[in-house]
Design a protein around this ligand. Structure first.
Ligand code: NDP
Ligand code: 8X3
Length: 258
């Protein structure tokens, strides 16, 4: 049964990787989609693709999730346009750097904390009240296995994802007695632009992260997200963890050359 069709789904970080794959999946399932990201050319291209491929209703917004006032303005615009989301996918996020804390760059820390935690909070704070008012809706947070197990030099990125885990749990507690659901989907290694961003554009170094084994694809995560959203309304998937079969822990990956 398709319970995604006709829903209005807002995806943060829809210009690449997991968010882009989820946007494609939601549009293919017949949802109206609101696509957010900072790179407006990519948003425009994806919107055109989804309209063409699925006749999807698409609204885009070039927006930085760290900008709380911009998020609030967008909320007001979407309400006025009849585009208020009943599903929010908090996906925008990143790692920056891979250094021991005593050598880490505080600018990288700001960027991770402001995007992965505060950005998620601004978006959730903006859109949750209308869901509670309607007594219907779903917030899905993209966490990470780094929110269960940290790893050497993963310090601040892992801290943000442990924070996402706490927020998923905490918001669930806050919503007891409503029919609004809160879920997290926590992937292990997924081959996207994630490592390129982490290594500040060093494509060669990024490529080595995914060498010698079969990582998850963004589409695998989109399948999991679709399952979570499509669950019957009385089912709240609290936390769904998915790993490549070649990975059994943040620090354990079986590579061909191992
Ligand atoms: P990508 O780098 O491929 O995509 C990241 C997306 O986030 C882009 O669309 C980017 O858009 C958006 N984004 C980043 N910063 C901002 C911002 N300040 N405001 C708005 N959008 C922003 O990475 P992934 O798809 O892999 O990552 C998506 C999520 O999945 C992240 O939360 C990540 O932590 C998580 N994750 C990733 C894993 C992996 O191995 N790849 C594993 C587990 C979790 P733009 O630059 O256009 O703004
Ligand atoms: C991304 C997965 O292991 O690179 O969250 O941190 S990992």
């Amino acid at each position: 049964m398709n319970r995604i069709e006709g829903r209005t789904v807002l995806v943060t970080g829809a210009t690449a990787g997991i968010g882009e794959a989820c946007a494609r999946r939601f549009a293919a399932e017949g949802a109206r989609v609101v696509l957010l990201g900072r790179r407006h050319e990519r948003l425009d291209a994806l919107a055109a693709e989804l309209r063409e491929a699925h006749g999807a209703e698409v609204r885009t917004a070039a927006l930085d999730v760290r900008d709380r006032l911009a998020v609030e303005r967008l909320r007001d615009e979407l309400e006025a346009e009849g585009f208020a989301p009943d599903v929010v996918l908090n996906n925008a996020g990143k790692a920056r750097g891979l250094d021991p804390v005593h050598e880490g760059d505080p600018d990288d820390w700001d960027e991770m904390i402001d995007t992965n935690l505060k950005g998620l909070l601004w978006v959730t704070r903006a859109f949750l009240p209308a869901m509670i008012e309607a007594d219907r809706g779903h917030v899905i947070n993209i966490g990470s296995t780094a929110g269960r197990w940290t790893y050497p030099k993963g310090n601040v990125y892992a801290a943000t994802k442990f924070g996402v885990k706490a927020l998923t749990e905490g918001i669930n507690l806050d919503l007891l007695g409503t029919r609004v659901r809160v879920s997290s989907v926590d992937p292990g290694l997924v081959e996207t632009e994630f490592s390129e961003v982490r290594f500040h554009g060093d494509v060669e170094r990024a490529r080595t992260v995914y060498e010698g084994y079969r990582p998850l694809r963004a589409e695998n995560v989109a399948d999991a997200v679709a399952y979570v959203v499509n669950a019957p309304e009385h089912v709240d998937v609290f936390n769904l963890v998915l790993l490549p079969t070649d990975q059994r822990h943040s620090m354990l990956v079986h590579r061909d050359d191992a």
